[in-house]
Design a protein around this ligand. Structure first.
Ligand code: ZN
Ligand code: ZN
Length: 414
């Protein structure tokens, strides 16, 4: 790798994940679900976790080429088979207090050209079996973190013109910059960044808007915000009170929209890779909270299937705001990976809302949560609608509005 001080930045990355992302405590176990193509980083992370006193780091390895091989060769009627004990085991570790790390950087077109029915079946079977883990994450039961380190199969799609080595190098260089790892003391920088996001989210929570109005070319959307909604962002807190950062990098503040109050149209501003298939230049029209019309220049079938995953996949579960001037959007790269692309742009998520975004939410049953406007679904898929042309208004209880964002930037001071 021709990157200056690669080894040093690589170790800082692993440190950032263990100390700021997961904030693993001495005596706390760790459970990791990781792709085999990220093994060198996972080994480094494991070493650091043991050094700070974790008594056991368990890695569940998965391999995306094996996933592709299944789609190529397995019997066509076999895609509802799933070894559920694997995900049940992860959920069990989380329930027993282990910090949870997910390391995956999917090839954005891994399953391109595969039998769509098999892809859709295996996707929804996976989502069904993963549900208990998603619910534990939604309650912040333990510290949890998602990271996507560069891999060759991913880099090829981001820099298709470059040769393989150069593509991988460019991706590493960008990830180091976006994670602030090219600077002297990333852990200290992150503490400051998280504190800034925390101030922004607190200010928005205090405003207690009843809704938001989003306007940009191709977008004119009104969202309701339920009473008691909480803006989150930067760091979360586990049920035991340990601060952690769920996404590295992260630039967003976000809350839950009222699931039944979305009206109007929104257009995507970045492509979306969904389970190994691309969806591009798409629009969704909502009425009474639900997607009633959709179109996409590419991947319309995949989008339709996604929205029809279950009865609630066509409702919103998240609205996230971040300035257009964020480091990730300034990189001007389309990463084809939601962790980076969603932190480059204001986004919405179809599907489940996070219960921690609502006062008293984590203690609610799904029925109670739905009653006050919280959506629960098998999916949670972020898609990007932000741009330098986006205006956002906050709607107050008396119906008057005030600017929240203008031309993609924050329009209120802290
Ligand atoms: Zn988000
Ligand atoms: Zn999301």
């Amino acid at each position: 790798m021709a990157i200056a001080n690669f080894e040093e930045k690589f170790i800082k990355y692993a440190e950032l994940v263990v100390k700021i992302g997961l904030n693993v405590q001495s005596g706390q176990k760790m459970i990791v679900r990781a792709e085999t193509n990220t093994a060198p980083l996972v080994r480094e992370i494991t070493a650091i976790a043991y050094q700070i006193g974790s008594p056991l780091v368990t890695i569940i390895w998965v391999d995306e080429q094996v996933k592709k091989i299944r789609h190529q060769y397995a019997p066509r009627d076999s895609f509802d088979e799933y070894a559920s004990w694997v995900l049940d085991g992860i959920a069990q570790e989380i329930k027993e207090g282990a910090a949870f790390l997910q390391v995956a950087s999917p090839d954005p077109e891994l399953l391109k050209g595969m039998d769509p029915e098999a892809v859709s079946t295996s996707r929804s079977v996976f989502a069904k079996h993963r549900k208990p883990i998603g619910e534990l994450q939604g309650q912040n039961a333990v510290q949890w973190t998602v990271i996507c380190p560069p891999t060759l199969d991913w880099a090829k799609h981001v820099f298709p013109e470059a040769d393989m080595d150069a593509a991988l190098e460019s991706l590493w260089e960008n990830v180091f910059t976006l994670c602030r790892l090219d600077q002297d003391d990333p852990v200290a920088l992150w503490q400051k960044h998280i504190a800034d996001l925390d101030e922004r989210r607190k200010a928005l929570t205090k405003k207690a808007y009843t809704g938001l109005h989003l306007r940009a070319p191709g977008t004119d959307l009104r969202l309701g915000l339920p009473a008691g909604h909480i803006w989150a962002g930067g760091g979360g807190k586990s049920s035991k009170g340990y601060p952690f950062v769920a996404n590295i990098p992260t630039e967003e503040v976000f809350t839950l929209p009222h699931k039944d109050q979305t009206e109007g149209m929104v257009s995507s501003t970045r492509p979306l890779s969904y389970y190994g298939n691309m969806i591009e230049n798409f629009s969704l029209t909502f009425s009474k909270g639900k997607v009633v019309k959709l179109s996409a220049e590419k991947g319309e079938d995949v989008l339709r299937e996604m929205v029809e995953t279950d009865g609630t996949a066509g409702f919103l579960g998240e609205v996230a705001l971040l300035p257009h001037q964020s480091p990730i959007s300034q990189s001007n790269i389309v990463f084809l990976n939601s962790l980076y692309d969603e932190n480059a742009s204001c986004h919405l998520a179809l599907g489940s809302a996070y219960k921690f975004n609502l006062e008293g939410g984590p203690a609610m049953s799904n029925e109670e949560f739905a009653e006050v406007g919280g959506n629960t679904s098998l999916i949670h898929v972020d898609f990007m609608f932000g741009s330098g042309e986006l205006d956002v208004d906050g709607i107050r209880a008396d119906g008057t509005t005030e600017p929240v964002m203008r031309a993609g930037e924050w329009a209120f001071d802290l």
